[in-house]
Design a protein. Structure first.
Length: 330
């Protein structure tokens, strides 16, 4: 459900941003408003990012090979990291450069360039385009929120973004939020430029859009980096796995338990378990099969399971299995 919901949110955002980008380019061509150009490039970057997320989802479903025996689940994390780079460079840095360039252009013209929005008969176009874009982005953002609410449980949106193993929804949530705020910045900047006949408001709006995109891109990069490095299962999932192992009669205790996400919907489980003395080889093999089935029933994401039987010796390892740590986010 999480994967399907993420795909729906990505497709909704892709369609919205493609249409919005075209209208913004038209508005910029008619008026020369720099914040419109920054917003147009922002929408192009967002649309490209959604295409990357869809490609990453498709690539992650490839079958495992000898070279990649655990499959390609982390492709989704890699493409999400690329999204952060694109948003930073194409979106954020370009907007900051455009603000710098526009500032010098206005300064050299003593505040009144010949081809500015103040002298254009199309001065109303950016206001209409930005209003329509806000409506479309709101619909896209609403879709992302609806799909997120289906899977985030009691977590807040901030907690969901920090802890989610599926990268698509957090990326779309942050992108759509940045897009809405950027549109508001652009709308206020254009309106103030028209009301006061001061084009420096347009420069300020463009700079704010650039800073916003850089901030979101850095946040996405930090969150995705942790997923790329490899995160353990959630504490709740670890407790379910431990309970399933401990329910196996032939196992005295869990000596240690380690988990690793091979992808958003695939979990590797490795555990050393203390076996009751006197268990035969046949009984041990059957116990391992039973434990693996119990783990998969308790935690369906546990697709790859390795169990190492051992004899527990007091003082050789910690006497008690430590509780899973509280989630600290990515």
């Amino acid at each position: 459900m999480a994967a399907d919901g993420g795909t729906r949110a990505v497709v909704a955002a892709l369609l919205a941003n493609t249409g919005i980008a075209l209208t913004k380019f038209v508005a910029f061509a008619l008026t020369g408003v720099s914040s419109m150009l920054a917003e147009a490039i922002h929408s192009v970057a967002d649309a490209g990012n959604q295409g990357l997320l869809l490609l990453g989802g498709r690539q992650s479903r490839k079958e495992a090979t000898e070279t990649h025996p655990f499959g390609y689940g982390r492709e989704r994390y890699i493409y999400s990291f690329i999204v952060a780079i694109v948003l930073f460079s194409v979106g954020g840095l370009f907007a900051l450069y455009e603000a710098y360039h526009k500032y010098h252009e206005i300064h050299e013209a003593h505040g009144h360039p010949a081809d500015s929005i103040l002298t254009s008969r199309w001065w109303w176009v950016p206001l209409v385009v930005l209003g329509i874009a806000i409506v479309l982005e709101t619909l896209s953002f609403r879709t992302a929120i609806i799909e997120t609410n289906k899977i985030k449980g009691d977590a807040s949106f901030v907690q969901f973004i920090r802890r989610a193993k599926q990268p698509e929804l957090p990326v779309i949530l942050l992108e759509d939020l940045a897009a809405l705020l950027g549109l508001v910045f652009a709308l206020v900047a254009v309106a103030l430029s028209l009301i006061t006949e001061n084009l420096y408001f347009d420069v300020a709006g463009t700079a704010l859009i650039g800073l916003l995109l850089v901030t979101v891109a850095v946040t996405l990069a930090i969150e995705t980096k942790s997923l790329l490095l490899g995160e353990s299962a959630t504490p709740a999932a670890q407790r379910r796995i431990a309970a399933a192992l401990e329910s196996t009669r032939e196992f005295e205790r869990i000596i240690h338990l380690k988990t690793l996400h091979l992808g958003p919907e695939e979990l590797l489980v490795a555990a050393k378990v203390g076996v009751t003395r006197g268990v035969s080889t046949e009984q041990l093999a059957a116990a391992i099969d039973t434990a693996e089935a119990a783990v998969r029933e308790a935690e369906p994401l546990a697709q790859v399971i390795y169990l190492e039987p051992d004899i527990y010796r007091e003082g050789h390892v910690p006497a008690e299995r430590p509780e899973p740590p509280e989630p600290a986010g990515h």
